[in-house]
Design a protein around this ligand. Structure first.
Ligand code: C5P
Length: 409
């Protein structure tokens, strides 16, 4: 079985930090990337070092922090060339109006701009500045120029800024920047680059009246972890989710739905031209035959009620004719796990089904998965859902690629 992949593990990331108060958020990012297994080499501009000192980044990354173009490393190799040429990606966060202008003009007046000229690795910029500076035609023209040169630009957030002004210019949160970096690394080298994946997650809610619904305990954790992992492997991911309390992964397209019928419409639409569908959502099998327009009332004479239910369409089975779509279903069972899952694999026309015990996994942080396809059955150890998603995606990619090879693609 293939090993799980963590796209950041062993990657060399040059993290350029510019002079903005948002630099404090990037200290957290430097730590997160390091903990995820990346080698993070921080380059500070002169202004950045006035906001957050090199000692902070050095302690968080365990690497020397670089801020001087003229200071040669101990081995004497010219630092500005080696850093850029060895990096898997460069991330500039926060990217200030000043440094964006210097990059656009092709300056090499400090270590950061020199490194940027001397690299062919992908570069992700996270602009952050006062909203008036961001909107200024000079900044906008510089950003447009950088885009045409293949730089990857993150949209700044809208909201309250440090100087009590509001508008567009906030640095996105560290988790968002990390997600975008993972997506960029995936798109550069990942095995699913160029592929489009649709992932469903969470429960559906089937309305009884305007305030009540029939639902289930699915938390969406597994589907969200799968979507994030697929993104890291390079896929363009559409995540179709029922209501959950989770923050969606960065750099995936989220389509929020509520009912099974809405999910069906979204899945059918998103699957056009897609390469793979991973149907992790706990879709309600039944819905109330009618949803009352007004809240149902009880009266002193009410003794119980009967809810008439009708069967929902089976979304993934409805796509059985799409032989070009690699389809992965899930089976959460309380009994006869293998037999039930195997019959669903065949009945729904799936390439693979992932079985789990409903009682010990639904809305729990960890899960034991059994992967079933026409070639056999593999049961994994119990893992936290993010790890389980990584192992599962590695197995899915292996089988997906094998199928493509068999089809001579
Ligand atoms: O039949 P059961 O609901 O156990 O099948 C589970 C699999 O089928 C899951 O992948 C689930 O997302 C999918 N499903 C579906 N449409 C439904 C019910 C389940 O696509 N109406």
């Amino acid at each position: 079985m293939a090993h799980p992949t963590n796209i950041l593990s062993g990657k060399q990331i040059v993290l350029g930090v510019c002079g903005s108060i948002a630099a404090y958020k990037v200290a957290q990012l430097a730590r997160d990337l390091t903990l995820a297994g990346a080698q993070v080499d921080v380059i500070l501009t002169a202004a950045a070092a006035r906001f957050v000192g090199p000692a902070t980044f050095q302690a968080l990354t365990g690497r020397p922090v670089l801020d001087d173009l003229w200071e040669l490393p101990e081995d004497g190799v010219v630092g500005h060339i080696t850093l850029g040429s060895q990096a898997d990606a460069l991330l500039i966060a926060p990217a200030t109006a000043h440094t964006i202008a210097r990059i656009a003009a092709g300056f090499s007046d400090d270590l950061l701009t020199t490194t940027l000229l001397a690299t062919r690795a992908p570069v992700l910029l996270a602009p952050a500045m006062n909203p008036l500076m961001y909107e200024h035609p000079a900044t906008q023209a510089n950003l447009a120029l950088l885009r045409t040169r293949g730089y990857h630009l993150l949209e700044p957030g809208v909201g309250r800024m440090a100087e009590h002004v509001s508008g567009k210019g906030r640095l996105p949160e560290p988790a968002t920047i990390e997600g975008e970096l993972r997506a960029l690394l995936g798109r550069t080298t990942g095995p699913l680059r160029g592929r489009r994946l649709v992932v469903t997650a969470g429960p559906t809610r089937e309305p009884i009246d305007p305030v009540r619904y029939v639902g289930n305990r699915s938390s969406g954790q597994m589907g969200y972890a799968i979507a994030a992992q697929a993104r890291d492997l390079g896929a363009a991911v559409t995540l179709i989710s029922g209501p959950t309390a989770l923050t969606p992964p960065a750099a995936v397209d989220l389509i929020a739905v509520e009912t099974a019928l809405q999910m069906q419409e979204a899945v059918e639409h998103a699957s056009v031209g897609a390469d793979m569908l991973i149907m992790n959502a706990a879709v309600a099998d039944f819905r109330p035959a009618t949803a009352a327009e007004q809240k149902l009332k009880k009266t002193p004479t009410t003794h119980g009620m009967t809810l008439e239910m009708v069967t929902n369409p089976d979304i993934i089975a409805g796509l059985a004719h799409r032989h070009d779509l690699f389809k992965v279903g899930f089976a959460a069972e309380t009994d006869d796990l293998l037999a039930n899952a195997q019959s669903k694999l065949l009945r729904k026309g799936l390439d693979m089904i992932v079985a789990n015990d409903a009682v010990t996994s639904i809305s729990q942080p960890a899960i034991t998965l059994t992967i079933i396809d026409r070639e056999g059955v593999v049961t994994l150890d119990r893992h936290p859902k993010t790890e389980a998603a990584a192992i599962l995606m590695a197995a899915i990619v292996e089988r997906f690629q094998r199928r493509l090879a068999q089809q001579g693609q």
